[in-house]
Design a protein around this ligand. Structure first.
Ligand code: NAD
Ligand code: ZN
Length: 353
């Protein structure tokens, strides 16, 4: 399956079982900096490197530690310096092999090395396949906060091999499933229908996932293409994320992003229902029931409130909320009153007790 992301310049996303073995046919450059994390490298880097070399490419493998700590100035600097040492010039390419962490770091390396070289993404986590690898956002964290440094740098191609999901731990699969579900809510009820089948997890074989990933990429690609630099529509992708970011900050990231977004989606559904929009709270409750997110160890709305007002998407002091008028019809609202938030929070506490 081949999709196109219509940014400038446009690039293809390939979703094909076994594409990992054929990476060389997607990469035009001869010199390749292959960037991966310890975990993914142990599983797949050998095969990928051998495949590329077999086709006559010159490959250097850079392995960073697994986890968010690798989205740092240290790892960024270290990879760049090794690339200089190994003699990469402007004609080389960076290939990211791994989850969203590797993708964000490698993308920023590609955007920065000699003012920018070719970049390819081979996402291996569900989150990276359905979300992080599409849209051109790359970057790293600072000790002061997440994603504070980065660049928009579009890949030449994204190559997704759904077969790699076989080795993804179930907990990581669930994290990606939340963003997949979010894309369904935003624009594609067929995604919801398929994910709401009871045997979704058991049947989440490569065939099922190829279809779901394609639909999800199509949703994100369409929104991103309409708003490449995040000035309007792209804000819709933040459905469920305003509350999620507040929960993550409040819990100092002990609550995972996916779990926080799942709570955020239910919260947004309640806010929407209170406004007289379609009431999708029951559907979200069923989704949470499947997801089994970690418990919310936070009771007081007053404690959470300061974190809500720090949201990056706020403009000129007003909080902006993405709510669904109905499935597939997101709206951006900036007139949500404190009482509405408080009521929805109370509801969230009650149903997740
Ligand atoms: N650029 C964007 O638009 C964007 C969007 C969303 C998230 N992100 C970023 O993505 C990051 C999170 O990404 P993530 O959830 O993929 O985390 P991750 O990269 O840490 O991957 C999750 C875990 O799964 C492992 N893994 C990945 N693929 C595997 C496979 N096929 N088999 C076995 N194990 C595998 C990894 O080693 C890691 O332990 C965050 O830093 C977030 O900020 C970026
Ligand atoms: Zn998210």
């Amino acid at each position: 399956m081949r999709l196109e992301v219509a940014v400038t310049p446009p690039y293809p996303v390939f979703i094909e079982k076994g594409s990992l073995e054929r990476l060389a046919s997607y990469v035009a450059e001869t010199a390749v900096a292959l960037i991966s994390d310890e975990h993914v490298a142990a599983l797949y880097a050998g095969r990928v490197q051998a495949g590329l070399e077999h086709s006559g490419k010159w490959v250097k493998l850079y392995v960073v530690a697994t986890g968010e700590k690798s989205k740092s100035l240290d790892s960024f600097g270290s990879v760049l310096r090794q690339m200089v040492g190994d003699g990469f010039d402007r004609q080389g390419a960076v290939l990211a092999l791994g989850g969203g962490i590797v993708g964000d770091l490698a993308g920023f390396v590609a955007a920065s090395y000699m003012r920018g070289i070719a970049f390819y993404q081979c996402p291996t986590s569900l989150l990276a396949m359905v979300d992080a690898s599409v849209g051109g956002k790359t970057g790293i964290n600072l000790p002061e906060g997440k994603n504070l440094v980065g660049a928009f740098w579009q890949p030449r191609a994204v190559i997704i091999d759904p077969k790699t999901l076989d080795t993804l731990p179930p907990q990581e699969f669930r994290q990606g499933a939340v963003e997949l579900y979010k894309h369904g809510l935003l624009a594609d009820p067929e995604i919801l229908a398929r994910m709401e089948k009871r045997d979704f997890l058991k049947s989440a074989a490569a065939e099922v996932m190829t279809e779901l990933i394609s639909r999800s990429v199509a949703v994100k690609a369409k929104i991103v293409a309409a708003d490449e630099r995040e000035q309007g529509q792209r804000a819709f992708l933040n459905l469920g994320h305003s509350l999620a970011h507040a929960l993550e900050s409040y819990t100092e990231h002990t609550l995972s992003h996916g779990d926080a977004v799942a709570y955020g989606l239910l919260f947004a559904a309640k806010l929407a229902a209170q406004r007289g929009f379609a009431d999708e709270t029951k559907r979200l409750l069923r989704f949470l029931d499947w997801l089994q997110p970690a418990p919310l160890n936070l009771r007081s709305f007053e404690l959470l409130k300061p974190y809500l007002s720090r949201d990056k998407k706020n403009q000129a002091g007003t909080q902006r909320w993405v709510l669904l008028e109905s499935i597939g019809r997101p709206r951006l609202l900036s007139d949500i009153a404190d009482d509405e938030l408080k009521n929805a929070w109370q509801y969230l506490l009650e149903v997740t007790k």
